[in-house]
Design a protein around this ligand. Structure first.
Ligand code: NAD
Length: 569
């Protein structure tokens, strides 16, 4: 294998600028053309194993959430044979991939970022708009900017990790090599971010691992276009295997496999727990302990102190709760508002929410579109119904849904008198915000209630124009959020700026898009080289001292001569 004699450098990247898509802009024109192209065809999506496209014949239809009669693609699902072939293909490509100089892997990542921000920008944005019902801004910050950022920053962080080396004493040379894991990584992605789906298989691959990628069935169109991007960027066949299909079937075969070296998961807490349980049940069968990385659910909060600025609070609540229809893991879903601010916040919220138009994201001016599928729609509506029928809650805005053409649910605000009401504690993953009004002098108590109310600890915000209440929130809510915001909405983390992830039931907090995450995909090997190894087993302390004058030297006896004397009383 060719290995160049140079220390290559990767510059710390800047974040990809977000395009505006204003009327008349060139990007808007290109996006519209691509939307029309993708909506006008019905493509066939294969399973991809070892670079080979497999049409299994066991298919499902990929539809638009906002127009579910419109079929965008037919996707073939992996069955047992393809899953086993994918494992074999990954393991077969492992040796060559892990022996490739790291700079080659970095170049592939940097090329992928370049392709994303140029030719693939409109392909991925259009697929995300059509297949996942995002507006152009939400698609742009996700499938163009964040995805490119993941590739660029990960390549940079990889070199930062490789630079981390131990000291050496004179005569020795110590080093640490960051090996990939032994076996394959199982990447399982959610529907709600194209960038996360792209990062889950490629972050371990960048560190030299081989991967089986199981995409969400609700983000298949963007997922498929990403497989084309990966190939064009230079990921060799077999390094990332694309296996759409049923999570239970695929997980059932992949998770107990002895070569499972790691799980890179983002999705719900329940599914993550199931996966972890399967690993635990099979713990004796693995060649190494699998690394388990999972970013899961949230019940994210906004707490307003009586000193909060009203307009920034209102904007944070609306953007935080309703952008992408509340389907961000970081979306605000519970708010604690002091009684003195509530009448004005309620008025402003009502005014803002009334201005939100709901509809098909191909109408590019719309802020708000459909939820992902019928299962989600029904689940969200059942929470709304519970609130409608509860004595301790009332729906103050929205609350209606219509799934006849697309899965549309109005932005909904529930007001509750019980800080432990079900919609204050459980993840709904939809456009539902529940507000609880507290007495102004109970600020500290409300911080404690917020901390104890839900099992999650993903994101949260504090709004206050005074420092002391912020300090108190920091202290009481220390473990209540992995991403904590002051006077800002708790969504919209940016790679390289706010490493993302939470604790408690929100996951392993390995901070996607940071060095911490990449470290999980390595198994360091420490190497010590001694230039002139010692030639004698004896240490200096064993040399015999000269006896001090007046002291007679006593002889010594050998261990075998030493006989214990029995004690006689
Ligand atoms: P989900 O848990 O329903 O699905 C996630 C993935 O797991 C899908 O690909 C699914 O097919 C697969 N899956 C399901 N059962 C499986 C099994 N038994 N074995 C293996 N794979 C299986 O989640 P979703 O609805 O796609 O996404 C929404 C969830 O993701 C929310 O809970 C949200 O909070 C969470 N999320 C968290 C973060 C974060 O960073 N913390 C980011 C995005 C989404």
């Amino acid at each position: 294998m060719y290995n160049a004699n140079a220390f290559f450098k990767i510059k710390e990247p800047a974040n990809e600028p977000v395009l505006g898509y204003a009327p008349g802009s060139p990007e808007r024109g290109r996006l519209l053309a691509e939307l029309e192209r993708q909506a006008g065809q019905r493509i066939e999506i294969p399973v991809i194993v070892g670079g080979r496209e497999v049409l299994t014949g066991d298919t499902f239809e990929v539809v638009m959430p906002h127009d579910h009669g419109h079929v965008l693609a037919v996707c073939h699902q992996a069955g047992e044979a393809e899953i086993r072939q994918a494992i074999a293909a990954a393991l077969e490509s492992k040796k060559e991939w892990e022996n490739l100089p790291w700079v080659e892997r970095a170049s592939i990542a940097l090329k992928a970022a370049e392709l994303i921000t140029t030719r693939y920008r409109y392909i991925l944005n259009a697929a995300t708009i059509l297949g996942q019902s995002k507006n152009p801004h939400q698609a742009e910050i996700d499938s163009a900017c964040e995805l490119a950022d993941f590739f660029r920053f990960n390549a940079f962080y990889m070199t930062e990790i490789y630079k981390e080396q131990p000291n050496s004493l004179p005569g020795t040379y110590n080093r640490v090599e960051y090996r990939p894991l032994e076996g394959f990584v199982f990447a399982v992605s959610p529907f709600n971010f194209t960038s996360i789906a792209g990062n889950l298989p490629t972050a371990p691959a960048l560190m030299g691992n081989v991967v089986l990628w199981k995409p969400s069935s609700d983000a298949i169109l963007s997922g498929y276009y990403m497989t084309q991007l990966f190939r064009e960027a230079g990921f060799p066949d077999g390094v990332i295997n694309f296996i759409p299909g049923s999570g239970r079937t695929i997980g059932g075969i992949v998770l107990p496999h002895p070569d499972l070296a790691g799980i890179h998961f983002t999705g719900s807490t329940g599914v993550f727990n199931t996966m972890w349980r399967t690993v635990a049940e099979n713990i004796g069968t693995y060649k190494s302990y699998p690394r388990i990385v999972g970013e899961t659910g949230g019940k994210n909060f906004v707490i307003a102190h009586p000193s909060a600025d009203l307009e920034s609070l209102n904007t944070a609540l609306v953007r935080g709760a309703f952008e992408y229809q509340g389907q961000k893991c970081s979306a605000v879903s519970r708010a604690y508002i002091p009684r003195s601010l509530w009448p004005e916040i309620r008025r402003r919220l009502s005014e803002t929410i009334m201005s939100i138009e709901v509809g098909d994201p191909r109408e590019l001016h719309l802020f708000y579109n459909a939820v992902i599928n019928e299962g989600s729609y029904d689940k969200i509506m059942s929470y709304i119904e519970q609130a409608r029928n509860a004595r301790e809650a009332e729906i103050i805005f929205g609350g209606r849904g219509d799934k006849s053409r697309g899965y549309f649910i109005e932005p909904t605000v529930i007001l509750t008198r019980d800080p432990h009401f079900v919609t204050m504690t459980e993840e709904i993953f939809g456009p539902v915000l529940t507000a609880y009004v507290y007495e102004d002098d109970q600020y500290e108590e409300i911080l404690h209630i917020c901390d104890r109310t839900s099992p999650y600890a993903l994101t949260g915000s504090i709004f206050s124009t005074e420092r002391k209440p912020i300090q108190l929130a920091f202290e009481v809510l220390r473990h209540a959020a992995g991403n904590f915001y002051i006077n800002d909405k708790p969504t919209g983390a940016v790679v390289g700026e706010q490493p993302f992830g939470g604790g408690r039931a929100s996951g392993t907090n390995d901070k996607a898009g940071s060095m911490l995450n990449l470290l999980r995909w390595t198994s360091p090997r420490t190497i010590k080289e001694t230039f002139c190894p010692p030639q004698d087993y004896r240490y200096p302390f064993m040399e015999r001292e000269k006896p001090a004058p007046g002291f007679e030297e006593k002889g010594f006896f050998q261990l075998s001569d030493k006989k214990p004397k029995s004690k006689v009383r």
